[in-house]
Design a binder for this molecule. Structure first.
Ligand SMILES: [Ca+2]
Ligand SMILES: [Ca+2]
Length: 379
């Protein structure tokens, strides 16, 4: 019925546009979220959400809301979203956009530090989170340099703490010796997340300012052979655009659960994205300019014949709502002659933390295979 469908659509908008994907699996959402909201308003929103409870059993199930992303709502993944989980879901990811979002107090993760740098192009401070491997500060390692993986969060607007929860899985993989110690960085993609649009230069600030800042501030392998890119959902779209536009910057790149259906739409609309997740007359358009989409940029990359080629892997849960579009895009890359691996998590939906729980080591091993220490450092 219409109400349920509208609500499911509304929840999906929240999940996919408000930096929520990781927030709902025990991760950090927007630090402003939830806590300042009047209880009666929250109650009202929970009540509205439960209009989707078609069978009236007091819990929401996947068939009632959010196919392909239900784990974002059902935080303990027992197949039932109870009022507490729905309240937590609705309470996250709101508040105005900010370039600086430290993790909220109770979501801080050992080994992760929040910091800022000053964006010279925008004239504002921009936040990031950074994980340094356990022995980074040991005197014996004072001359050791480490590879860096950059992680592009999902959702809009940007929030560098949105996916901070995967840090514990990164740390576990390093501590167990499954992969070589790396530095892991979470950036803030700006208002439109990882794209340049009007006064929010998410892509350019990441490429031209954050990466140089990290290379200047930490003991990185400051060259292509020591730099990898990864991102999820909206950040998977961003990863794809950035890796194909700047293939000389990264040795490996791994877009996760990317919204390739939207990228295809942008491709077919000469660079204009009309956000299909917002119903009615409120759909917002973004004009990125012709050629600024994952399809056009892949074709340009293929035509340029970049050598050595970028190492690409697309990762996704096969229950995620972007899964089919990811398969279609893999087919498109194959048609272009662009090699790309795939890492598919069976039974996992649109949730990067869940993916990391089951396949994070494999994802990190993908990057681990390609590190190349032989190039000179640029800084
Ligand atoms: Ca129900
Ligand atoms: Ca539950």
């Amino acid at each position: 019925m219409g109400v349920s469908r509208n609500l499911a659509s509304a929840l999906l908008v929240l999940a996919t546009t408000q930096a929520l994907p990781t927030a709902l699996a025990g991760q950090t959402g927007s630090p402003q979220a939830g806590t300042q909201e009047p209880a009666n308003e929250a109650d009202g929103q929970v009540g509205n959400a439960f209009m989707a409870d078609r069978n009236g059993d007091g819990v929401l199930t996947e068939d009632e809301v959010m196919p392909g992303a239900f784990s974002l709502l059902d935080a303990n993944r027992d197949g039932r979203a109870d009022p507490g989980e729905v309240r937590a879901f609705l309470g996250r990811g709101r508040g105005p956009f900010s370039w600086v979002n430290p993790p909220v107090e109770d979501r801080r993760i050992p080994g992760v530090t929040h910091a800022t740098f000053n964006s010279s192009s925008m004239g504002v401070a921009v936040g990031y989170n950074i994980y340094l491997p356990p022995a980074y500060d040991d005197a014996a390692n004072r001359h050791t340099r480490y590879p860096v993986i950059y992680y592009l969060h999902g959702g809009r607007p940007g929030n560098e703490s949105a996916s901070i929860g995967i840090a514990e899985h990164v740390h576990a993989a390093i501590a167990s010796g499954a992969v070589r110690p790396v530095i892991f960085v979470w950036g803030n993609g700006g208002k439109v997340s990882w794209y340049d649009h009007e006064d929010s230069q998410g892509e350019s600030v990441f490429v031209r300012e954050l990466i140089p800042h990290i290379d200047e501030t930490y003991r990185t392998l400051a060259h292509r052979g020591g730099r990898a890119l990864q991102g999820f959902s909206q950040g998977g779209r961003g990863t794809t655009r950035i890796m194909f536009r700047y293939p000389h910057l990264f040795i490996s790149a791994a877009p996760g659960g990317p919204g390739y259906a939207v990228e295809k739409q942008v491709f077919e609309n000469d660079g204009v994205e009309r956000d299909p997740r917002v119903a009615g007359g409120n759909a917002r358009s973004f004009d990125f300019g012709k050629g600024n989409d994952a399809y056009s940029l892949a074709r340009s990359y293929a035509e340029d014949g970049v050598q050595p080629p970028l190492n690409v892997m697309i990762w996704a849960g096969n229950k995620g709502f972007n899964y089919e579009a990811s398969l279609e895009y893999l087919g498109y890359l194959a048609g272009l002659g662009v090699p790309a691996e795939r890492l598919i998590a069976p039974g996992v939906d649109h949730n990067p933390v869940w993916f990391y729980e089951t396949h994070g080591v494999d994802l990190l091993r993908f990057h681990d295979r390609y590190w190349d220490d032989s190039e000179p450092n640029e800084r």
